[in-house]
Design a protein around this ligand. Sequence first.
Ligand code: TRP
Ligand code: SF4
Length: 400
Amino acid sequence: MFANRVLSGMRPTGRLHLGHYHGVLKNWLKLQHEHECLFFVADWHALTTHYDTPEVISQNVWDMVVDWLAAGVDPAQATLFVQSRVIEHAELHLLLSMMTPLGWLERVPTYKDQQEKLTDKDLSTYGFLGYPLLQSADILIYRANLVPVGEDQVPHIEFTREICRRFNHLYGREPGFEEKALAAIKKLGAKKAKLYQELRTAYQEQGEDSALDSAKAILNDAQNLSLGDRERLFGYLEGGGRMILAEPEALLTEASKMPGLDGQKMSKSYNNTIALREDLDSVAKKIRTMPTDPARVRRTDAGDPQKCPVWQFHLVYSDDAVKEWVVKGCASAGIGCIECKQPVIDAVQRELTPIHDRAKHYEENPDHVRNIIADGCEKAQELARETMRDVRESMGLNYT
Ligand code: TRP
Ligand code: SF4
């Protein structure tokens, strides 16, 4: 099986476009072949900012799933699900909230930034403050170790790591852990017990990873250890107690090189996007009317690709020969802008064609989409339940 578990979520706030495709989605397509992947629709996270327009969310959830599938996210390889249909996320969020210092949440940079940026909304809510903690619950509930996110989300992963450590520190210690660990060591037999102790010291004092590996090998080979003792001794090697939750790592997604039609970042709020399901005529029209180097007022005026958003598209889509043709033709007024845009139009249309074909299938078979998500939710819930059993037990909630 896979050694890594990848988890990522996206808020359903609108149709996906080429910016998403060249950034997040292509990365997901690669990851789904390499690791166990869980991708989910973060509908509760969308509600933290859109609590007054919930109807936006329900439509966008299905549109976004269709966009994922159209882009090539493969439900046979990745588990696709919807956050609010795995209610265990909410339980973990609640339980984590008991031990989350308010100051940690207030210090997360996105909290103040977003509040200042989205001035048309009142974001002084409990839910919005808890946004990063809900995200921590999303991640920790699957014991995911890799979380692909953009730069802006890295502080949320850092925050999650801190919550994870605090949780393990507070609840990973069973009463009498040390004594129980020492008793378990004796069960290894004199020779192995001595070796285990030496390796533990070498790891903890000199940080020798090879010592850690050897000690783990001893535990794996030990026939006469109970499961509980084995786990204790794994925990005793690395520090305090049992690791109930696993510390995740951010897997930084490279920023998309795909600019918007006006040369700014492609974004719905700038109204400069090409949607993944944009029809091909509209694609051609949008590119034909893109602004170019303002110095080229007349066809005979020379231009400079560096000052032209179309050139940014050539950097994404064109090979060296075409790029040379553009550079020469633009500087010498040898080609016109409409001519220059044609290879870009062709390339974007070529890229979108298979995406449209897949989208068409899912648009015509909404039940298929619902089934994919129902399956994914079921798989995700199974994993989430396993973690919640341990979390409840460690927080003293399994009394009768
Ligand atoms: N906050 C993320 C974003 O805005 C979305 C998200 C929610 C997420 N939960 C997550 C991403 C868990 C990764 C892991 O992009
Ligand atoms: Fe831009 Fe091409 Fe026109 Fe030059 S020729 S200004 S690169 S569109």
